[in-house]
Ligand binder design. Structure first.
Ligand code: SF4
Length: 338
């Protein structure tokens, strides 16, 4: 029986092998847990190196987890053999930042898109050409797109091709990994609206990975904020954006430029306060909060004790400011808005 939860990630850990002077494995994702319900969009947000793309690749089966569990459609898919991976990839698709690298420039778009349908065989193969033409029309591409080669399309059009290709096998979940980051503002808005329209029509879910908190808020129902492979805060997208609890989430928001120079000045000052330190102080503690070297509210125990996930209203935050002993004294920082 199908469950309401489509993807369940529990205590996920992913490591990369050590290289050169760093022979110990590097833990890129450390104990991450979240869920995506059917038809929902969950945003993963964080700076470069926060582990968000690594999580996406682990869910896609491109990386082997070092620990934890990934459940998709009610089945444990943490460690997949080839047959399981084939089954999962029929319901799980991805759109990456650079669609050009996944399009063969010497093949027409039609040929590239028909291939996965032919591999499926059966009914998918029989109507493959018509289906591809219809999908390209659905994402707003011109009629002659099937006969054209990738270099003849703009960046935005190539991202539309990637979207059409991800839809060709009727997925239940699409992982969008920085899918609009390389697009100009106008094209980005068009592609985001297209992603929203397609989701409303077809009912699939998105895991939307980006470094830009306002964009993640715009497209997501829930947001998960990551720093150095760990979750700092998660909750309803609007709540996380309007009342960020974790100092790191507040820093991400302060980094977003605003048109008002006075507000921008305050934000810049905040950003300076959380700028990356240099030297040994920039190294996060082995035990404790990874954000400690950058946190303007750091306390002595932040260096030695890992904060636990604490529910605060609808949000869940991992920060000692919200531990039981601090809760009565805690006063939220004012958030400067345009
Ligand atoms: Fe800052 Fe400490 Fe909270 Fe980490 S646990 S974000 S260092 S106050």
């Amino acid at each position: 029986m199908e469950t309401e939860t489509l993807l369940k990630v529990e205590d996920l850990r992913v490591e990369y092998p050590g290289t050169g002077w760093r022979s110990a494995p590097f833990r890129a994702v450390d104990g991450v847990s979240f869920e995506i319900r059917r038809g929902e969009t969950v945003g993963l947000v964080g700076e470069s190196g926060s582990g968000k793309s690594t999580i996406g690749r682990a869910v896609l089966g491109l990386l082997e987890p070092a620990g934890g569990r990934i459940e998709f459609g009610g089945h444990d898919v943490t460690h997949r053999d080839r047959a399981t991976q084939r089954q999962v990839s029929r319901r799980l698709q991805a759109i990456f930042q650079d669609p050009y690298s996944s399009l063969n420039p010497a093949r027409t778009v039609g040929r590239t898109m028909v291939e996965p349908l032919e591999v499926q065989g059966g009914a998918a193969r029989a109507g493959a050409v018509e289906k591809v033409a219809s999908l390209l029309a659905d994402v707003g591409l011109p009629e002659d797109s099937t006969d054209r080669y990738p270099p003849s399309f703009s960046g935005g059009q190539r991202q539309r091709i990637a979207i059409a290709r991800s839809l060709s096998i009727s997925p239940q979940l699409i992982i969008c990994d920085e899918a609009v980051s390389a697009l100009d503002l106008v094209t980005r808005a068009q592609v985001l609206n297209l992603l929203g329209d397609l989701q409303r029509e077809r009912g699939f879910a998105y895991l939307f990975i980006a470094h830009d908190l306002p964009i993640v808020t715009y497209v997501s129902q829930r947001t998960v904020v990551l720093y150095r492979g760990r979750i700092m805060e998660q909750g309803p997208a609007r709540a996380v954006h309007e009342s960020p609890l974790h100092p790191y989430t507040q820093m991400l928001l302060a980094a977003v430029p605003v048109p008002d120079p006075a507000v921008q000045r305050v934000r810049r000052a905040r950003r300076r306060a959380t700028a990356v330190s240099t030297g040994t102080a920039a190294q996060p503690p082995a035990e404790g909060c990874p954000f400690a070297p950058r946190c303007p509210k750091v306390m002595s125990r932040c260096w030695t004790q890992r904060p636990e996930a604490v529910p605060v209203g609808e949000q869940v935050v991992e920060c000692h400011l919200f531990g039981p002993s601090n809760r009565p004294a805690w006063v939220p920082s004012p958030v400067v808005r345009p």
